[in-house]
Design a protein around this ligand. Structure first.
Ligand code: WTA
Length: 649
C-alpha cells in the first residue's frame, strides 16, 4: 500500500503551520538525539512553581520498570489550565457547551471557569477530600464534569472518571479498586433525547461499594431522585456556601493526576495512572502540533470525558493551551444525522476530532445531512480509536473537508496519554488509513512476534512497540505495579508493548493492523473479550462462553459470543434477548452482544484451553484459514460451529 495516493499539505497551509516538513524533521531528529535537552525546552510551555532540573529518568529494562519525567519539578495542573489564562484572556470563552437538545448551550469564560472550579474545589475540601484521595466522577457531558476534574487537580486529589454509560456493577468495581470515598454524579444524563438515571445507578452501585461516604449530586435534568440524608449532597446547595477562591496545591510532577480504567486481554479493567507534569505537557504539546491549533481557534473533540480522548483533548490539552474547547452532550444522530455539521457551522469550529465509527454512521445516513451547512471554518479534521477504512477517509475528506482540509489519523492509547503516531497537518503527506509517522520523542519499532527481534528496514510487519519513554506515558497500574510490568514490559524485554499489530511501508509509514491480543474495538470503545465472557458465565443458565470480535460495517468490530448452556436449558430467541440484556446490565450498553451462537461444545486443546484463534476465524467466515485442528480434544465441534454460524446480515 506504499503506492497509496499521497495527500501532501498545501504550501499555504504549511507556511502558516507550527511545523512544516523541514521543521518536523529537524525537531524529530533533535528529540531523539537529545531527549533531555528537547524536553527541558518543551517543559517551558508549562508554568512551574519550581522548574524541573531532572528531566528524564526511565528504565524500561529494569525488572521493576521505572518511569519518571521532570521529577523535581513542582506545579499545579489546574493553575496551568485556568489561573494562568485569567489575566491574559480572562474574558475569552474557555468552554462552549452544546446540550443534547438543540438550542441549549452555555459559554464559560476563563474568569468564570476559575470561579466555578474554585468553588468546586472548596466543596470537595468541605467533604473531607485531601491531596492524594481518589474521587470517582460519574457525570454526563456537562460543564460540571470539567469543573469536577479540574477541582480535583486543584487540590491534588486523583480523579477516576467512569463513563456514564457503564452499569452500576461496573461503577462499583471501579470505585472499589481505587478506594474512592467520594462519588460525583448528576440526577440524570441526557443523550439523544433519552435520559439515563445516573443517580439511581449510583444508588444501585453503593451497596457493593461500601467505602463511599459522600455523593455529590449535580442537578441537571431536574428529575426527582432519592437523596440519602447524611450521605448525599446537592452540588448547588454546597456551592452556595463556599468561597470562590481556593489556592492550588503545589504538586510534584510525578504525583498522580488521574486514574482511568481500561480493558486488557485478561482480568478486570486496569486503573491506568497518569502523572501531573509529563501528562499535561504531552497533552498540551500534541493538541497544539497535531491539530495545528492557533490562538483564537475553536477546537472540538467529539469524544466523551469518560474516555482518555476526552481527558486529553476536551480538557487538559486545549485548556493548558488557553483554547476555546467545545463540549457536546449529545450524539451525532440526534435530532438527525446533521447534528455534527450544524454544530460546526454554529460555532465556526476550526478543528474537529472524531472516531471512524461516527464517520461511517454519518456517511451511511447520506450526504443530504451535510449539504447546506457551511463548513468553511474547518481547518483540520482528526480521527482516533481504530483504523479508518479508505472509504470513510475519502468521504470525510471530500464531504466534510471539501478536499482541502488535512486529516490527521492519530494512533494512541489510554496508556500513552496523547498521540504517538500521527501526521502533522502542515508537515506530513497523508495516506488514507495510515497513522503515518511518530510524534516528537516517540521511537516506534516493529518486532517479530516470535523472535522478539526488531525488524529494521522497510517494509516490515509485526507487533508495535516503543523503544523509549515519552512524558505522557502511564506510570503504573493503580495498586498493581507488577501487573503494569507484566502487561506492557514482559513479552518483549526492554520495550513498551502496545498490543497492536503494525506494518511499516516502503516510505516508513506506519499502518495499524489491529490488536494482537483479546481486546476488541467496538464503535471506538475498547473492550476486553474476557469481561464479556465473565458477564455471560455469571448468568445462571450459561455454562461456558467465548467472545471474539468480527468485522462490522459501522462499528468496526462487533461482539460475537459462543455460548454453551447449562444442561437442560432450551436455546430460544427469548434466552438470546435475556443474555443480551444481562450483559448490558452487567457492563453497560456498549458491551451488548451483536451475535450469540449456541455452542454445544467449544474447540479446546487436550489441556482444556479454548482455541480462540479458531473461534475468531469462524466468526470472520474465514474457514480456509482454520489451521491445524487435529490437536483439538474434539475436532468435530468445529464442524458444528461452522454449520451453525450466525448470519452477519
Ligand atoms: C486502537 C484510544 C488504528 C488501537 C485513544 C489501540 C487505533 C486502541 C487508532 C487504544 C488509530 C486507536 N488507528 N487503531 N488511529 N487509535 N486505535 O485505549 O488498537 O481506548 O491500541 O485509546 O485503539 O484504545 P484506547
Amino acid at each position: 500500500m506504499s503506492d497509496a495516493k499521497l495527500y501532501p499539505p498545501t504550501p499555504e497551509f504549511a507556511a502558516g503551520a507550527h511545523a512544516d516538513a523541514d521543521r518536523y524533521r529537524e525537531m524529530y531528529a533533535a528529540s531523539i538525539a537529545d531527549p533531555e535537552a528537547f524536553w527541558a525546552e518543551e517543559a517551558k510551555r508549562l508554568d512551574w512553581i519550581t522548574a524541573p532540573t531532572k528531566i528524564k529518568n526511565v528504565s524500561f529494562a529494569h525488572p521493576d520498570v521505572s518511569i519518571k519525567w521532570f521529577e523535581d519539578g513542582v506545579l499545579n495542573v489546574c493553575a496551568n489550565c485556568v489561573d494562568r489564562h485569567v489575566e491574559s484572556r480572562g474574558d475569552q470563552v474557555a468552554i462552549i457547551w452544546e446540550g443534547d437538545e438543540p438550542g441549549t448551550q452555555k459559554e464559560i469564560t476563563y474568569i468564570q471557569l476559575h470561579e466555578h472550579v474554585s468553588r468546586f474545589a472548596n466543596v470537595l475540601k468541605g467533604l473531607g477530600v485531601t491531596k492524594g484521595d481518589r474521587v470517582t466522577i460519574y457525570l454526563p457531558m456537562i460543564p460540571e464534569a470539567a469543573y469536577a476534574m479540574l477541582a480535583c487537580a486543584r487540590i491534588g486529589a486523583v480523579h477516576s472518571v467512569v463513563f456514564a454509560g457503564f452499569s452500576p456493577d461496573a461503577l462499583a468495581s471501579r470505585i472499589n479498586d481505587c478506594g474512592s470515598s467520594v462519588v460525583i454524579t448528576a440526577d440524570e444524563a441526557r443523550r439523544g433525547g433519552r435520559t439515563v438515571p445516573l443517580k439511581a445507578n449510583v444508588d444501585a452501585a453503593l451497596p457493593h461499594a461500601l467505602g463511599v461516604e459522600k455523593v455529590l449530586v449535580v442537578e441537571h435534568t431536574g428529575a426527582q431522585v432519592d437523596m440519602a440524608a447524611t450521605r448525599d449532597v446537592w452540588w448547588h446547595e454546597a456551592a452556595a456556601g463556599v468561597d470562590d477562591f481556593c489556592d492550588p496545591e503545589p504538586m510534584s510532577a510525578e504525583d498522580p493526576l488521574f486514574i482511568l480504567y481500561t480493558s486488557g486481554s485478561t482480568g478486570t479493567p486496569k486503573g491506568v495512572l497518569h502523572s501531573t507534569g509529563g501528562y499535561l505537557l504531552y497533552a498540551a504539546m500534541t493538541q497544539q502540533y497535531t491539530f495545528d491549533y492557533h490562538d483564537g481557534d475553536i477546537f472540538w473533540c467529539g469524544a466523551d470525558v469518560g474516555w482518555v480522548t476526552g481527558h486529553s483533548y476536551i480538557l487538559y490539552g486545549p485548556l493548558a493551551n488557553g483554547a476555546t474547547t467545545l463540549m457536546f452532550e449529545g450524539v451525532p444522530t440526534y435530532p438527525d444525522a446533521s447534528r455534527f455539521w450544524r454544530i460546526c457551522e454554529k460555532y465556526k469550529v476550526n478543528q474537529f476530532y472524531t472516531a471512524p465509527t461516527a464517520i461511517r454512521a454519518l456517511m451511511g445516513a447520506g450526504n443530504q445531512y451535510v449539504e447546506g451547512h457551511d463548513l468553511s471554518s474547518l481547518k483540520v479534521l482528526g480521527t482516533v480509536g481504530e483504523p479508518i477504512n479508505p472509504e470513510a477517509w475519502n468521504w470525510y475528506n471530500e464531504q466534510i473537508g471539501k478536499g482541502k482540509t488535512p486529516i490527521v489519523d492519530t494512533w494512541w492509547q489510554t496508556e500513552t496519554g496523547g498521540h504517538l503516531l500521527t501526521p502533522l497537518p502542515g508537515a506530513t503527506a497523508t495516506k488514507p488509513g495510515s497513522a503515518t509517522l511518530p510524534f516528537f520523542g516517540v521511537e516506534p519499532v516493529i518486532l517479530d512476534p516470535t523472535s522478539g527481534q526488531e525488524i529494521t528496514g522497510n517494509p516490515a510487519e509485526g507487533v508495535l512497540c516503543l523503544k523509549d519513554s515519552w512524558p505522557g506515558q502511564m506510570r503504573t497500574v493503580w495498586g498493581d505495579h507488577k501487573r503494569f510490568v507484566k502487561t506492557y514490559f514482559s513479552d518483549y524485554k526492554g520495550y513498551y508493548f502496545s498490543g497492536d499489530g503494525c506494518r511499516r511501508d516502503e516510505d516508513g509509514y506506519y499502518w495499524i493492523t489491529g490488536r494482537v491480543d483479546d481486546v476488541i474495538n467496538v464503535s471506538g470503545h475498547r473492550m476486553g473479550t474476557a469481561e464479556v465472557e465473565s458477564a455471560l458465565v455469571a448468568h445462571p443458565k450459561v455454562s461456558e462462553a467465548a467472545v471474539v470480535g468480527y468485522p462490522h460495517a459501522v462499528k468496526g468490530q462487533g461482539i460475537y459470543c459462543y455460548v454453551t448452556l447449562m444442561a437442560g436449558q432450551e436455546p430460544t430467541e427469548e434466552l438470546r434477548k435475556e443474555l443480551r440484556d444481562w450483559v448490558r446490565k452487567e457492563i453497560g450498553p456498549i458491551a451488548s452482544p451483536d451475535l450469540i451462537q449456541w455452542a454445544p461444545g467449544l474447540p479446546k486443546t487436550r489441556s482444556g484451553k479454548i482455541m480462540r484463534r479458531i473461534l475468531r476465524k469462524i466468526a470472520e467466515d474465514d474457514f480456509g484459514a482454520l489451521g491445524d485442528t487435529s490437536t483439538l480434544a474434539e475436532p468435530a465441534v468445529v464442524d458444528d460451529l461452522i454449520a451453525n454460524r450466525m448470519n452477519k446480515g
